[in-house]
Design a protein around this ligand. Structure first.
Ligand SMILES: [Zn+2]
Length: 334
């Protein structure tokens, strides 16, 4: 009752603020906000012993808590399948105990581009068996779905079949409108740490933060180019050691950009996200690109920062040298 009353009051205030702002250069209540989303929970990358997974989660979630950010993590429950499953599940509980949200990222991270749609649906249905009841005990409902590889279906029929299933099961698609290719830096970073090469790890982390500081403003320009104003952003990150070790530096970048983290639900309330996504095809395009197609706008590609060549090469070399998975397949990146 009290919360409802406050909500009504807040809506009134926000309406007034939005109305006042509309008179100016058309900023909105959503400008300068970003939803932080972390994929491939509980742990991005190779399967780790539980002690390492615990330490990574503590550092990452502890950092998010220290900055008082709302955030959501997207889970691949295949990662829970190990002899120490209860302790793997406790990694997810750590997120919920920090007041953070969780969503479905499918069970085993398949690509809808090359998986038959009925097989894909069965995988996604299996993806919330643990997470949904875990959230229910905290009065939360799992209602966001993030496509692995951002691949939304090679044909209109496949896409409509799957998204019909999603809607019937209370899910909404969590789009991506900002990203920093963190997954491409994360594997070489893990590899450097595993080899005990602290200098290389420091180099990769510095390159990652430098790239992030340049690519975030690019996305802000791109968003303004598509919508004629800056939308609320949805930032794709991963639950990686690299991000766990970089939270304070990422916070500095967001601060320098005057970007305030909000919940995914808050970001998605931006009317920009009512724009149709008309892209159908095999590629994992992010949503500014999709909205640009719908609205017949173009993104400022010529000014987009380029990934450092040595990182791209290091990541590609690791992909090619992937050993056969042992205890459980590691969720693939992206
Ligand atoms: Zn993923």
């Amino acid at each position: 009752m009290g919360a409802q009353g406050f909500g009504g009051f807040r809506r009134l205030v926000l309406t007034a603020v939005a109305g006042a702002l509309a008179i100016g250069a058309a900023p909105t209540a959503h400008a300068g906000t970003v939803a932080l989303t972390f994929d491939d929970l509980p742990i991005f990358g190779k399967f780790r012993p539980i002690a390492e997974a615990d330490a990574l989660t503590d550092t990452l979630v502890g950092g998010i808590e220290r900055h008082h950010w709302p955030a959501i993590g997207f889970v691949n429950e295949i990662q829970l399948e190990a002899a120490d499953k209860p302790r793997r599940i406790a990694l997810l509980t750590r997120w919920l105990d920090a007041g953070l949200d969780l969503g479905n990222h499918s069970y085993s991270h398949p690509s809808l581009t090359n998986t038959p749609v009925e097989t894909y649906i069965a995988d996604v249905a299996r993806g919330d068996v643990v997470t949904r009841p875990l959230m229910a005990t905290r009065g939360k409902t799992e209602h966001w779905y993030r496509y692995p590889f951002l691949e939304t279906g090679p044909t209109l029929a496949a896409r409509q079949r799957f998204e019909g299933w999603l809607a019937a099961h209370g899910y909404r698609v969590a789009p991506v409108t900002m990203e920093n290719s963190d997954w491409q830096f994360a594997e070489p970073y893990d590899d450097a740490l595993r080899r005990g090469d602290a200098a290389q790890a420091a180099h990769i982390r510095a390159a990652y933060l430098d790239f992030t500081a340049r690519v975030v403003p690019w996305y802000r320009q791109a968003g303004a180019a598509v919508f004629g104003r800056e939308p609320a952003f949805v930032f794709l990150l991963h639950a990686s050691q690299l991000n766990a070790d970089s939270i304070d530096a990422l916070a500095d970048i967001l601060k320098a950009q005057d970007l305030t983290p909000v919940t995914l639900d808050q970001a998605m309330a931006d009317p920009a996200y009512r724009t149709a996504d008309t892209y159908v095809g095999p590629d994992g395009e992010e949503w500014l690109e999709r909205f640009a197609t719908t609205l017949h706008k173009s993104l400022p590609w010529s000014t987009m920062p380029q990934m450092p060549a040595d990182i791209v090469a290091a990541d590609a070399a690791l992909e090619g040298a992937q050993p056969a998975p042992t205890q459980t397949p590691a969720a693939p990146a992206h």
